[in-house]
Write a protein that binds this ligand. Structure first.
Ligand SMILES: NC(=O)c1ccc[n+]([C@@H]2O[C@H](COP(=O)([O-])OP(=O)(O)OC[C@H]3O[C@@H](n4cnc5c(N)ncnc54)[C@H](OP(=O)(O)O)[C@@H]3O)[C@@H](O)[C@H]2O)c1
Length: 241
């Protein structure tokens, strides 16, 4: 177990929406790579349940409740990370929702679906990032990974899941704007597409396993100081916006 004493020397990572799917696998891989990991879960009990499946790696992982749509919970999380570790080196904005009904078209969709999707997939990452960047600035180091999607690529925009697509395009814009804001720092901000992944969201017919999906996130989370910022990647390779 991580004790109540601050652990000052080891790298600390926060992963949102990490009680299942790709986020959970990112937690596992970061813990295996030697990070102290904060497993964010909007239902703390589900987060604790997930942690129990980490075997020996569980001792490197703490669970914190975090609904990314709550500014209060984001602030509480940042305060908790500061108390426990005194630092935050990595943030993976992984939490996301796909709420579009099957086959939906933009103009048929209820505005409420757009609102809830943008709240979780765009405002959520902005709010959580805002809460944690001060801890990155303190140690002049940070790696922020925004879990986007090929469905948000303007270069390949098509029909279906309009709220989700628009949210991921906006998330990519956030990556670009924030990377520009932080260009003079050693805080790097990148977007990634994990592929079509076998999770509750991706379904059983998806082509990519969670281990492969998480690999690019861990790569971006551990970029060297001369690594890229403001990019969009899949399988560790740059892709079009
Ligand atoms: N699977 C794919 O093919 C695919 C492809 C491209 C991009 N992505 C992206 O990859 C990320 C992870 O997807 P996944 O496939 O692992 O999805 P998933 O299996 O549906 O898991 C989504 C996770 O996000 C959490 N979450 C949703 N809303 C949240 C909120 N407001 N606050 C905190 N946590 C919240 C969920 O928590 P609960 O358990 O409480 O619901 C869950 O832990 C998402 O951003 C998704 O858009 C996935």
């Amino acid at each position: 177990m991580v004790s109540g004493n601050p652990v000052m020397s080891e790298r600390v990572a926060v992963v949102t929406g990490a009680n299942r799917g790709i986020g959970f696998e990112i937690v596992r891989q970061l813990a295996a790579a030697g990070f102290r990991v904060v497993l964010g879960s909007r239902d703390a009990a589900k987060g604790r349940g997930a942690r129990a499946h980490l075997g020996g790696l569980a001792e490197r992982v703490v669970v914190r409740r975090l609904d990314v749509t709550s500014e209060a919970e984001a602030a509480a999380l940042a305060a908790s990370v500061e108390r426990l570790f005194g630092r935050c080196d990595v943030l993976v904005n992984n939490a996301g929702v796909l709420l579009d009904p099957k086959g939906s078209r933009t103009l048929d969709l209820e505005p409420e679906v757009f609102r809830r999707t943008l709240d979780a997939n765009v405002l959520g990452p902005i709010v959580v990032t805002k809460a944690l960047v001060p801890l990155m600035r303190r140690h002049r180091y940070g790696r922020i990974v925004n879990m986007s999607s090929g469905l948000g690529q303007l270069a390949d925009m098509g029909v279906g899941t309009p709220a989700y697509r628009i949210s991921k395009t906006a998330l990519n814009a956030f990556t670009r704007v924030l990377a520009a804001d932080l260009a003079e720092t050693n805080i790097k901000v990148n977007s990634m597409c994990p592929g079509w992944v076998r999770t509750d969201m991706g379904g059983p017919n998806a082509t990519t396993g969670v281990a492969e999906a998480a690999d690019t996130a861990v790569w971006l989370a551990t970029l060297p100081d001369d690594g890229p910022s403001g990019g969009f990647f899949r399988e560790r390779q740059p892709i079009d916006w």
